[in-house]
Design a protein around this ligand. Structure first.
Ligand SMILES: Cc1cc2nc3c(=O)[nH]c(=O)nc-3n(C[C@H](O)[C@H](O)[C@H](O)COP(=O)(O)OP(=O)(O)OC[C@H]3O[C@@H](n4cnc5c(N)ncnc54)[C@H](O)[C@@H]3O)c2cc1C
Length: 417
C-alpha cells in the first residue's frame, strides 16, 4: 500500500503492519529484511520511508504506570502526545512543555528532538528517563542512564535507528494551567525586547509574515485552575486558508495579502489545563524547514532571511515561527551545544518550497545553525560529522545494535551507515 507523511511530500510503497502485541512486533522485526517504524508520520524528511515494511504501533495495547514519587511514568511509546497528556491529566500530572500540536507519537516526537518554546525548558527527549525496545533480532531490552548508557543516549534522539521503542519512562510534573495571550506587535519592538520577554514569560514565541512589519506574539503563563477552553486552536484557519489559496493562484500578490491580513485586529485569550492550551489544530498542510541557531545569533539570522525574501519579493506565504529551547546533553540534539533560537520556515504545501528552502538554508548554515531532524534539510554525512562531535560514537552504537542495517532506509543510510 502507499504510505504518505502528513504534508504529502513523502510517499512510500510498502507493506504496512500494525502489530497487536509486543510478541507480534518482535516476530515482525526478527523476520524483516528492512523496516521503518512510523508514529503519526508528521516528519517532513523521509524518516519513515521504506520500500519493504512500515510498522505502526497504533494497535499496541498498554497502560500508564505512575511511579510512587509521581515524578515519572511509564507509558506505551506509540501513544500520541494527545492521549498521553490527557491520561496524565486524569492522574493530576502533565508534561512540563509541549510543541505546537499533539497528534505525534511520544516515541516519534522524542526520536527527532521535537520541542516547544521556553528559555528554561528542553525538548521532549530531555524528559525521557528510559526505553524498552525491540532490537534488530526481535529481542526486548531496557536502557536508561545506568543500564546500557550508550544505547540510552542514542535512543533519546534515535531517528528510529536503534530498534523499536515500545515503552518510555518519562519525567512529569504536577498538572498546571496556562493563560494564553496573543497580540500584534511591531517587529522592531520585538527584536529589541524578545530576550527580556523570554525571562518574563514561561513560554514566548512569535510568528512573522516576511512581508509585514508586524509579528504575532504569543505568551503562555501559569494561571489559576479553570476549565478547558472552548477553542482547540489559536488561529482562524478558514480565513488564513482563503488567503493562502489566493497566494497560490497569484503568487505575486503574496506581499500585499500578508500586509492586508496583518492590518486586521489580531488578538486572542484562552485559559485552561496546560495540555489543552499548548497544542493547536493545524489542518492547513505546509512544508517546513527549521534551523536551531545559537541563541545569540537567532534574531539577526531571522532578520537576514526575511530581508532576503523582501528584497526579492519571494512568495513565502506562511509565517516564520521563532521559539527558544534550553540546552541539553543529548548526543545528536541540535540543542546540545547550548540554548537555541529555533527558526521555522514554512511554505503552503500547494506552493513551491524546494528552491526557497535551499537558498534560506545557506543563510541558516552560514550563521552556525543545525537543522531539526524531522524538517527539511540537505545535510550530508560530512556535514553531520562536522556539526556533531558525537557522530562517530552514535554510528558505532548503531552498527553494534543493527549490524545488518535493518532499520536503515536510503536517507538514513546516506548519513549514518
Ligand atoms: C503540523 C505539525 C506541527 C509540528 N510541530 C512541531 C513543534 O511544535 N515542535 C517540533 O519540534 N516539531 C514539530 N513538528 C515535527 C514533529 O514533531 C516531528 O516530525 C515528530 O517526529 C513527529 O512525530 P511522529 O509520531 O509523527 O513521528 P514520525 O514522523 O512518524 O517518525 C519520526 C521518527 O521517529 C521514529 N519512530 C517513531 N516511532 C518510533 C518507535 N516506536 N520506536 C523508534 N522510533 C520511532 C521514526 O522511525 C522516525 O525516524 C511538527 C510537525 C507537523 C506536521
Amino acid at each position: 500500500m502507499v504510505w504518505n507523511n502528513w504534508s504529502g511530500s513523502v510517499s512510500a510503497r510498502a507493506a504496512l503492519a500494525r502489530p497487536q502485541s509486543e510478541d507480534e512486533l518482535a516476530a515482525l522485526v526478527r523476520d524483516a529484511h528492512r523496516l521503518r517504524v512510523t508514529g503519526a508520520g508528521h516528519s517532513f524528511m523521509p524518516l519513515c520511508e521504506s520500500d519493504e515494511l512500515i510498522v505502526s504501533l497504533d494497535d499496541m495495547p498498554g497502560e500508564i504506570s505512575v511511579a510512587s514519587d509521581r515524578r515519572t511514568v511509564r507509558v506505551p511509546a506509540g501513544w500520541s502526545i494527545r492521549k498521553l497528556t490527557s491520561v496524565l491529566c486524569d492522574h493530576g500530572l502533565a508534561l512540563a512543555n509541549q510543541g505546537d500540536v499533539n497528534p505525534q507519537s511520544l516515541a516519534g516526537a522524542m526520536a527527532t528532538g521535537t520541542h516547544g518554546t521556553g528559555a528554561d525548558l528542553g525538548s521532549l527527549a530531555t524528559f525521557a528517563r528510559g526505553f524498552r525496545f525491540i532490537d534488530a533480532d526481535g529481542e526486548a531490552h531496557w536502557c536508561d542512564a545506568d543500564t546500557h548508557p550508550d544505547l540510552y543516549q542514542a535512543q533519546r534522539l534515535s531517528l528510529g535507528l536503534f530498534g523499536v521503542a515500545t515503552e518510555i519512562e518519562v519525567a512529569v510534573v504536577p498538572a498546571f494551567h496556562l493563560a494564553e495571550r496573543i497580540e500584534k506587535r511591531r517587529w522592531v519592538e520585538i527584536r529589541e525586547s524578545y530576550d527580556a520577554l523570554t525571562q518574563q514569560h514561561r513560554h514566548v514565541e512569535f510568528w512573522f509574515f516576511p512581508h509585514s512589519d508586524d509579528v504575532i506574539l504569543k505568551t503562555l503563563d501559569p494561571c489559576d485552575p479553570c476549565d478547558p477552553p472552548p477553542s482547540t486552536t489559536d488561529m482562524d484557519e478558514a480565513r488564513f486558508r482563503r488567503i493562502l489559496d489566493l497566494s497560490a493562484r497569484l503568487p505575486f500578490l503574496t506581499p500585499l495579502l500578508q500586509r492586508l491580513m496583518m492590518k486586521s485586529g489580531i488578538s486572542g485569550r484562552r485559559r485552561g489545563p496546560a495540555h489543552s492550551i499548548f497544542p493547536s489544530d493545524r489542518t492547513i498542510r505546509f512544508e517546513e524547514m527549521e534551523y536551531e541557531m545559537p541563541r545569540a545569533a537567532g534574531l539577526e539570522t531571522l532578520e537576514e532571511v526575511v530581508g532576503w525574501i523582501r528584497k526579492r519579493r519571494l512568495p513565502v506565504a506562511f509565517p516564520f515561527e521563532y521559539r527558544v529551547v534550553a540546552a541539553d546533553d543529548i548526543w545528536m540534539s541540535p540543542m546540545n551545544a547550548g540554548p537555541v533560537a529555533a527558526i521555522s520556515m514554512h511554505q503552503y504545501a500547494n506552493m513551491p518550497w524546494q528552491t526557497l528552502f535551499e537558498e534560506a538554508e545557506t543563510i541558516f548554515r552560514g550563521a552556525g545553525g543545525r537543522p531539526h531532524w524531522a524538517k527539511r534539510h540537505s545535510l550530508t554525512r560530512a556535514d553531520v560529522a562536522a556539526l556533531y562531535p558525537m557522530t562517530a560514537r552514535y554510528i558505532a552504537v548503531r552498527r553494534a545494535a543493527d549490524p545488518a542495517g535493518k532499520f536503515l532506509n536510503p536517507h538514513l543510510e546516506s548519513l549514518f551507515a
